[in-house]
Design a protein around this ligand. Structure first.
Ligand SMILES: Nc1ncnc2c1ncn2[C@@H]1O[C@H](COP(=O)(O)OP(=O)(O)OP(=O)(O)O)[C@@H](O)[C@H]1O
Length: 283
């Protein structure tokens, strides 16, 4: 089995006159925590939409040794790519467990004929799904909320339920689209803790889009930086942090790039732009 789970080769997306993603190539290794950063409009969400089969693109994407280019969203989900979105997709009147089980349904082939002919098997699948949903909630420390209606939970907890819903399909690759947007410090820590616990327990590979660069530098194994749809840097957090092109994109000036390349902060030669990137400068 190859060490590489996902390969993106020369992917380009155009919307009319706008090139949202331009010639992007990268690999994601099995078990890796991979992050995509970039200023507003850099093409991050569009790139995720390519991975989920939601937009048409030129180029090639392979997942787990086979092409997924041209595949429909449901086919890609069944192959093992799950995703959270920026907006919550939960049913407020349903319980936590019921919502999480909606995520499991994406994985199960419970078409009418098989449900009819294999009642015993379908019932078994339902029991297994519930058990697995409890296990996922338990890993996240949320099992006691299983029968609580979503409507009575805080926004931060709902975000974690959204995560459980994506994880319950036992994906190989979990795509997280700005999962901590709108969360306070404590809620952010809880959500990141849940992501890392799930990654460990389920052997997940994670790809994350995130504006909070401090968080990205803290959790990612490798980072891809985009600007105006183009890849401008790919490497470890420390490589990205000291990459003049990345710093320039964030600060919008070559002055920033020079400052980032400086050997140390506070040497009297200007602002420490790499510190800005480290501590969560606006993405
Ligand atoms: N459906 C669409 N139709 C036309 N243009 C689009 C569409 N979706 C995205 N774009 C444009 O493509 C570019 C990239 O957008 P995208 O949302 O991928 O960026 P992003 O990095 O995710 O931004 P943000 O951080 O603000 O979410 C932008 O110029 C955006 O306006």
């Amino acid at each position: 089995m190859s060490d590489i789970l996902l390969t993106v080769r020369d992917v380009t997306v155009r919307f009319g006159g706008v090139t949202a993603v331009s010639g992007v190539s990268f690999d994601v290794r099995r078990g890796e925590f991979f992050a995509i950063i970039g200023p507003n409009g850099a093409g991050k969400t569009t790139l995720f939409n390519c991975l989920s089969g939601l937009v048409k693109y030129s180029g090639e994407i392979d997942f787990d040794g086979a092409p997924i280019t041209g595949r429909r969203t449901e086919q890609i989900a069944r192959r093992g790519i799950a995703r959270t979105f920026q907006n919550l997709g939960l049913f407020a009147s349903m319980t936590v467990l019921e919502n999480v089980l909606v995520g499991r349904a994406a994985k199960i082939d419970s078409g009418f004929p098989s449900g009819l002919l294999w009642f015993g098997r379908a019932r078994r699948a339902d029991i297994d799904a519930r058990q697995h949903a409890y296990e996922v909630l338990d890993v996240m420390g949320l099992a006691e909320l299983a029968h609580t209606p979503i409507a009575s939970l805080s926004y931060g907890t709902r975000k974690r339920i959204e995560l459980a819903k994506a994880a319950v399909s036992s994906p190989q690759l979990l795509l997280l689209d700005e999962p901590v947007a709108g969360l306070n410090h404590r809620e952010t820590e809880e959500l990141v803790g849940s992501v890392l616990a799930l990654k460990e327990a389920m052997g997940l590979t994670i790809a994350l889009i995130e504006h909070d660069t401090f968080l990205v530098m803290d959790v990612a194994d490798r980072i891809l930086a985009l600007n105006f749809g183009e890849p401008i840097g790919l490497g470890t957090p420390s490589e990205i942090q000291s990459d003049p092109r990345v710093v320039e994109a964030y600060l919008g000036s070559s002055e920033g790039a020079r400052a980032a390349a400086a050997p140390a902060a506070g040497d009297g030669r200007g602002p420490d732009a790499s510190a800005e990137l480290r501590t969560g400068g606006t993405a």
